[in-house]
Design a binder for this molecule. Structure first.
Ligand code: SF4
Ligand code: SF4
Length: 343
């Protein structure tokens, strides 16, 4: 188990409830900065149904952002030039019929676009030219790959996922991805295979680079480490195993105040498939509304009005502040506590 800076929460007592720790931590006073990223969950449909999926996506989910919602997202981007990035997530965002129009629209407005891609979707029926489309439109790809070994990947994500993920990475490489070009950035996302903190991001990145390069000829730009959040499918499996309390204690004991300035809820605004705002994708999954009267994409033109607003927090927020921290962009601090040494 991870070693670390348990002294960071001055009043830490293992026997206290997570909500007590939360009320006594700086997380309770978290406020938004200016919004740089609009992260839109355009639909819950996914070709996979991973064990750890915090949005509980799968092939049978039908919830999706309407056509009017997609148009409004592009309007909001046009009205808010300070928002630099449209970050498309799901489910598998590529399966939404409006995905390509959103990409084209945002790129026309000069914004960076991120596709949170599960890789295997590139080989689903009807997706034959998706990789080429991403390359042609300068879409950055953030791809989930929890390990460089088939066993660990398939334990989390299901059978036959590893080979298809490798094939997809090789395809993206042939299209120029993963070779240091910002418009063809290829970042991999690692999350631990169980109830422990991710290892040191730069150490894991070097390991992934060596193994994927030597065994499959794959190159990528960065590895982003994410902590498993104690919500939804992962929380349910912890509860079934009687390990939920221990995992919460681990997260709380490794609270790292250095992560606070860069928590993603400070600069990212999350939108769900109905157009409702949330402070992050995790709060969206937990249905924790943003504080304040503005609740959805139709109620506001100037997103700058949300700056300084309180963030809606819950005990799961300790997942973002544990050890090196965790966000959509990976670890938040180089100096936090390290978890297990490898995947
Ligand atoms: S690929 Fe992503 S969205 Fe799809 S089930 Fe897995 S974790 Fe969820
Ligand atoms: S879970 Fe969301 S609201 Fe909580 S700290 Fe993380 S990003 Fe912020």
């Amino acid at each position: 188990m991870a070693q670390g800076n348990s002294g960071s929460l001055a009043s830490f007592r293992a026997e206290d409830r997570p909500s007590t720790h939360l009320a006594n931590s700086p997380l309770a006073h978290l406020r938004r900065g200016s919004i740089k990223t609009l992260q839109v969950n355009i639909g819950k449909r996914c070709n996979l149904a991973c064990h750890h999926c915090h949005v509980e996506s799968g092939p049978l989910r039908t919830e999706r952002l309407s056509e009017a919602g997609c148009v409004r997202v592009l309007e909001l981007l046009a009205l808010n030039p300070a928002v630099e990035v449209l970050d498309l997530t799901g489910g598998a965002p590529e399966l939404h019929e409006g995905f390509r129009d959103l990409v084209r629209g945002a790129r026309k407005l000069g914004r960076r676009v991120i596709d949170r891609c599960n890789l295997t979707v590139l080989f689903e029926s009807g997706q034959d030219d998706t990789a080429q489309f991403l390359a042609d439109h300068g879409v950055e790809v953030v791809a989930s790959l929890p390990c460089y070994t088939p066993e660990n990947v398939e334990n989390q994500r299901g059978r036959n996922v590893f080979d298809r993920s490798i094939k997809a990475l090789q395809l993206l490489n042939t299209l120029g991805y993963g070779q240091g070009n910002d418009e063809h950035a290829l970042h991999l996302v690692y999350n631990p295979g169980g109830a422990f903190l991710p290892g040191n991001q730069s150490v894991l990145e070097a390991e992934f680079r060596e193994r994927l390069g030597a065994e499959h000829g794959i190159v990528f730009d960065r590895l982003l480490t994410l902590t498993n959040m104690p919500i939804k499918r992962f929380a349910h499996s912890l509860q079934r195993e009687g390990a939920y309390d221990e995992y919460m204690s681990l997260l709380i004991a490794h609270f790292n105040p250095e992560t606070l300035p860069d928590l993603m809820c400070r600069s990212l605004l999350s939108v769900d498939h109905q157009g409702y705002f949330f402070d992050c994708d995790f709060n969206q999954a937990c249905e924790i509304s943003i504080p304040g009267s503005v609740q959805n994409i139709w109620q506001i033109d100037d997103l700058g009005e949300l700056e300084g607003n309180r963030v809606g927090v819950g005990p799961h927020c300790f997942g973002c502040t544990a050890g090196s921290g965790s966000s959509c962009g990976g670890a938040l601090s180089a100096d936090g506590a390290d978890g297990e040494p490898g995947p």
